[in-house]
Design a protein around this ligand. Sequence first.
Ligand SMILES: [Zn+2]
Length: 510
Amino acid sequence: MKAFHFDFNTAFFRIDYLKDFIQKLSNWGYDTLFWELEDFVIWDSVPDIAQSDSISKTELQDLLSFAENLGFENIPLLQCLGHCEYVLKCSRYNTMADTPEKWGPYCPSNEKTKVFLSNWIKEYSDIFAKSRFFHLGCDEVWHLGAVCPECKKRIIADGKAALMAEHINFLADIVRSLRKIPVIWADMLFIYPEMADMLAKDIVMTDWRYELRNDYKKLWLWDEKGGYLIDEAGISENMHNFFGKYLYQDGKLNIHYTADFLKDHGFKVICAGASSCFPDNFLLGNASNHIYNSCTMMDKGMENLGYLHTSWTVHLFFYELQPAIEMVNHNVKPEQLMNEYTMKYFGIEGKDFFTALDLLSPRVLFSGAESTGCGKAIKKAAPGIIRTRLSEFYDNGILENELSKTVQYRNDFAVAVKKLHDLRKEIRYGEKLFELYVLAAEALLNRADFGILAASEFLGKPHTIDKIQVKNELLRLKKIYLAEYMRRQTPTHAVQITHTIFDTLLEYLN
Ligand SMILES: [Zn+2]
C-alpha cells in the first residue's frame, strides 16, 4: 500500500483541483487514498455541522468513483475519539464532549456517543462500500478524563488504557460487522503500552512519526505533550521496561522500535510520514526534513502493510510546495530525490534550492497557524487577534525571545529570497512553479518584518521597519495568494484562509 491522506480540516478543495491532484498521485505510484472528510461533506447523521460550501454525498460519490477508475482504493477516516472539535463545538453535540476546549475528545463513557458514532460509521461505510478498511482515528487523546467525572472514575478504577481500549474495541466491532478491517492511529499505545494486550489484534495500527529520520540515529519518545527526539542517554527506565528488546537492533538504536513492538504484539502496521505538519510555518514547509522523514517511514512501511503519506492542511502551504509528496519512494536516497526534483521541474541541481528552503523553514512571529487564529477548531480569526497574541506572548514571558528569534530568522529569510531570485535566472523551465516558491519566500520575509514591527512596538523598543512598506507588501501578497487559493479551494474557504493569513495583520496596521 502506498497511500495518501486527504485532510479537509482547514482546506475545502475544489472538485476540479482534487481530480487533477488525484490523477497526479496516480502518476506518482500511489494506490490508496485515506479520506479524512470531517465537515467537507453534508452528512445525514450530523447535518448541523455542514458549512455553506460542504459537498453533497452525490458529489463525494463522483469523486470516489473518479479515484476508483484510476485504480485507487478509497478508505474512510472518521475521528472517533480525539480531534472532534468540528463536531463538538456545535451546541447540538457538545453534551458528548469529554473535555471541553481541549482537543475535543468524545466522552467514551457517554451512551449517546456510542449510538451517535455507530450511526455515522454506518453512513460512512455505505458510501465507502468497496473499501476493505475503516480508519477510526483515535490519536492524541491526552486530556481524556481530565474533566469528565465518569471517565475520571473509570480511569482511577481500571486505568486510562482500559478506558480507551474498551471504546476502540467497541468501534472495531461495528466496523467488523460492516465487513471492514478497523484501523487506528497508534500513538496512544506508545504512551500506554499495556493497551497492546487489550485491543483486538485485527486492528491495523498506523505508526505515524513526522520528525524521524534514518540519518539522525535518534528515537522518538511519545508523551502527553506530543513527544520529542531523544538520543541513547534519554531512554528512560519506563521505556526500557516497555520497549526494552525493541529499542536496539544489531547493537544500534532501532528508530522503528514502535513498529516492531506493534508487529511483535500481533498487529499489522502501516507507517506514516508527512510533507506538511506541525511545527511547519504555514507558508512553506521544512521540505528537506519532510523528504528524509517520508523516505525513512516509507522504507519501514514497505516491510509492513504499507506507507501512508500525510499532509496536514492546518499548515496551509500548497501541495505543489511539498516535493515529498511526489518524490517519496522505497529504497531511494533523499539527496538523490532532491536533485531529481529540481532537475525535473527546473533543470537545475538541487543543492542551492533546498538550502534556500531550509533557511525558510523556521517559524517566526505570526507565521504559525494558531498565531493568527487558525487552528483545528477555529476557521475564522477573531477580531484583534494580533494584539491578543502579543499580550499572551508577553504574559507568558516569551515575547522578547520570539522577537529575537524573528530578527535572527529574518536575516536567513533575506538570504534565501536572494538565493531564489538568483536561481530564478538559472532555471531552464518551470517558471510558474518556481514563482510559487519565490512567493512563499517573499511572504515569509514580509511576515518577519511585520513580527519585528509589532513586537517592538508592543515592547516599546526601537526598530527600523518601514510600516508603509510592510503594509503595501502585505496588500500585494494578499492579492496573489487569494488568486492561488481560489484555484485550489472553494471560494468561501479561499477567502477565509486569505483573511486569516493577511487581513489579521492588515487590521493591526490600520
Ligand atoms: Zn467522559
